[in-house]
Design a protein around this ligand. Structure first.
Ligand code: INI
Length: 154
């Protein structure tokens, strides 16, 4: 039986981060976490490009364009959607998740879903460097894992 598993030593190449400006205080911390995680794995700072979009709804289009350019090993999407008084939250979450998935499947490039989908500000803060860790760092590691896994697969 052949078994494949990604590792945490990235090959030489570029990574893109797409981040949304909505709830920017939280997303900035996710970006810092993702960047730190890549730097810790010896990705050069000038091999990381960062693009800002207005909100999580806009992440998929930009992620797809960057992935389709074939300039990046992976694209890391970061955002924070926090429930308000209406059902707008549900539409934004679904559009971001579905669009990011579709962009990855269409381009064949790993596109990571680092979008917090939270009921409260507290939940988001906990996951952006608080007591529940940093989702940005987690998805950056997952990006490296996916890149190395895809390179191994026959
Ligand atoms: N975008 C977010 O990234 N997070 C949110 O919490 C949010 N809320 O709550 O509305 C949000 N809305 C904006 C949306 O992503 C689009 O930018 C906007 O609808 C324009 O297309």
């Amino acid at each position: 039986m052949a078994s494949y598993e990604g590792g945490l030593v990235p090959p030489t190449g570029r990574f893109a981060i797409v981040a949304s400006k909505f709830n920017i205080e939280i997303v900035e911390r996710l970006v810092a976490g993702a960047k730190d995680a890549l730097l810790k794995k010896k990705v050069a700072e000038d091999a990381i490009d960062l693009a800002w979009v207005p909100g999580a709804f806009e992440l998929p289009l930009v992620a797809q364009k960057l992935a389709a350019s074939k300039r990046y090993l992976a694209v890391i999407c970061l955002g924070a959607v926090i429930r308000g008084d209406t059902d707008h939250y549900d539409y934004v979450c679904k559009a971001a998740a579905d669009g990011i998935l579709q962009a990855g499947l269409t381009t064949g490039i790993p596109i990571l879903f680092g979008v917090l989908t939270c009921e409260t500000d507290e939940q988001a803060n906990d996951r952006a460097g608080g007591k529940a860790g940093n989702k940005g760092a987690d998805v950056a590691s997952a990006a490296i894992e996916m890149v190395t896994l895809l390179q191994q697969l026959p």
